[in-house]
Design a protein around this ligand. Structure first.
Ligand code: OVV
Length: 417
C-alpha cells in the first residue's frame, strides 16, 4: 500500500486511517471485531457493542463503531456526512492506494455516484428481476430434485454456492463463468473491507490468478446480448456513462452479486434447519415466503459490517467525531438490537421486519436487492414445493470473513413431502 507521506506525517495512522479522537463520554474497547472466533459467533460481540453505548472507540483499530439500530441507521442514511468515497473498509482511500481501482458505485459519493447508480438500478429493475424469476425457479427446482435424490447434502457447496453461480452469471450474460473464481473473488472483495489480517492476506493471495480473469470477464465481447452486463454497455452507448465505466459496473456485478446471495441462501437454510417449527409455519402458509426471506436476512445479516468515513467534523449521539474518522457500521448488531426488534434472536417467519439493515439504507442501499430477493424466493419456493423437513445432518461451520457472516459447511438432510 502506498502511503501519502504528507498526510501520514501529520499523524500516526492506525490500520490505514486517522485514529478516532478519545472523548470522556466515548467508551474505549479493545475487542478485535475481526478475530476469527468472534466472526464465527458474533452475537455476544453485537450485544456488548450495543450495551457499551451509542458509539464505541475500538482502540486497536483507532476506529469508531456503532451497533445500535438508531445510530447505525443514522450513519448509513447520511451520505453527506459519512462518505463512501474514502472506502467502506478500514483503509482511507484518501491516504493510500486501494487494492483495485475503486468501484464507481460503492466507493464513491454524489454527484459521481448518481449516474452509476441510475444505470445499475435500471439494469436490475423490478421488471428485470421478474423476467428472471422463471429461469431462477427452473434452476432451483432442478437443484432441489438433485438434493432430494441424495437425501443428504452439504448445503454450502451443493446448494448455496451452486445456485447463484449458475443463475447469476447467466443473468449477467457471462460467456465463460467459473464458479470457483467467482466465489474466491467475492471473498477477496469482502475480506478487503477489514484490516490487514490473515483473512485479508489469504484472500488477497489469489489476486494474481483471479484479477486478470475478472477484468477479461467484464469486457463487452464476453457478454451476451440481452443480459444485465449488456444493459450496462447499452447505457454507455447511450452516453449515460463511458465504456470504461461500463466495464467497472460489470465488475460490480461480479463483486457484489455472488458471495452475497450465496451467503443469503446458506444462512436462510441454516435458519430453517435450526427452527423446524418455522419451516412448518411456512409450509402451512406459503404466502409468508417473502417475509421469511426478510427475517432470515435480518437475523443473519450476510453483510455484517461496512464502514463509512467522516467527511467533516461532526458528531454521533452527541460524541464529537473528527473528519477522517472511520466508523464501523455493524449491521448485524443493528438488526438484532432489542430496542428495535422484539425478541430479536428469535427467527419468526411472520415477523415482517420492515426497515432491517441487511441491504443497508440510503443512496448506497443494495441496488441488486430485487435480484437477490428473486433468487431467495426461487430457492425457498422450490424447497417448499418438495421438501417436508430440513434437518441438520451434522454441525454447521461458519467461515470467518471481514465483512460477511457466511457458512463454510452446512450438512443437511432433506425429507421429501
Ligand atoms: C462488496 C461490494 C458491495 C457492493 C458493491 C461492490 C462491492 C462493488 O464492487 O461495486
Amino acid at each position: 500500500m502506498t502511503v501519502d507521506t504528507d498526510a501520514a506525517a501529520a499523524e500516526e495512522l492506525i490500520a490505514g486511517h486517522i485514529p478516532a479522537a478519545a472523548h470522556p463520554e466515548l467508551p474505549d474497547w479493545d475487542v478485535d471485531p475481526y478475530d476469527e472466533d468472534l466472526l464465527r459467533d458474533p452475537f455476544a460481540y453485537y450485544a456488548a457493542l450495543r450495551d457499551k453505548g451509542p458509539v464505541v472507540r475500538l482502540s486497536r483499530y483507532g476506529a469508531l463503531a456503532v451497533g445500535r439500530f438508531e445510530q447505525t441507521r443514522e450513519v448509513f442514511s447520511d451520505h453527506a456526512r459519512f462518505l463512501s468515497s474514502r472506502g467502506v473498509g478500514l483503509d482511507d482511500f484518501k491516504l493510500s492506494k486501494p487494492w483495485r481501482p475503486p468501484s464507481i458505485i460503492l466507493e464513491v459519493d454524489p454527484p459521481e455516484h448518481t449516474r452509476a447508480r441510475r444505470v445499475m438500478a435500471k439494469a436490475m429493475s423490478p421488471l428485470v428481476a421478474r423476467a428472471l424469476a422463471a429461469d431462477f425457479r427452473a434452476s432451483a427446482d432442478a437443484l432441489v430434485e438433485a438434493a432430494l435424490g441424495q437425501g443428504r447434502i452439504e448445503a454450502v457447496t451443493e446448494f448455496a454456492e451452486a445456485f447463484p453461480t449458475e443463475v447469476f452469471p447467466r443473468a449477467v450474460g457471462m460467456t465463460d463463468p467459473d464458479r470457483r473464481k467467482l466465489i474466491d473473488y467475492g471473498a477477496m472483495v469482502f475480506n478487503s473491507i477489514g484490516p490487514d489480517n490473515a483473512l485479508r492476506r489469504r484472500a488477497g493471495g489469489l489476486l494474481p490468478e483471479i484479477a486478470p480473469w475478472i477484468a477479461a470477464s467484464c469486457s463487452r465481447e464476453r457478454l451476451t446480448p440481452g443480459g444485465m452486463g449488456d444493459a450496462v454497455y447499452s447505457a454507455a452507448d447511450a452516453g449515460e456513462i463511458t465504456h470504461e465505466e461500463a466495464g467497472l459496473l460489470v465488475r460490480s456485478f461480479l463483486s457484489a452479486g455472488v458471495d452475497t446471495t450465496v451467503t443469503g441462501i446458506g444462512n436462510a437454510l441454516w435458519c430453517f434447519a435450526q427452527n423446524p417449527d418455522q419451516w412448518a409455519a411456512l409450509k402451512a402458509d406459503p404466502s409468508l415466503v417473502r417475509p421469511a426471506i426478510e427475517e432470515a436476512l435480518r437475523l443473519t445479516s450476510p453483510v455484517h459490517t461496512f464502514c463509512r468515513t467522516a467527511g467533516q467534523d461532526t458528531e454521533i449521539a452527541g460524541i464529537p467525531v473528527r473528519e477522517g474518522t472511520k466508523i464501523l457500521c455493524v449491521l448485524g448488531a443493528a438488526n438484532t438490537d432489542p430496542e428495535k426488534w422484539e425478541d430479536p434472536m428469535a427467527f419468526r417467519v411472520d415477523r415482517r421486519p420492515v426497515g432491517h439493515l441487511a441491504f443497508g439504507v440510503g443512496i448506497h442501499g443494495c441496488v441488486g436487492q430485487t435480484v437477490a430477493r428473486a433468487e431467495l424466493e426461487a430457492v425457498l419456493s422450490a424447497l417448499l414445493a418438495r421438501v417436508d423437513r430440513i434437518e441438520p445432518d451434522g454441525e454447521a461451520v461458519w467461515r470467518p470473513n471481514n465483512a460477511m457472516r457466511a457458512l463454510d459447511r452446512l450438512p443437511l438432510r432433506l425429507v421429501p413431502r
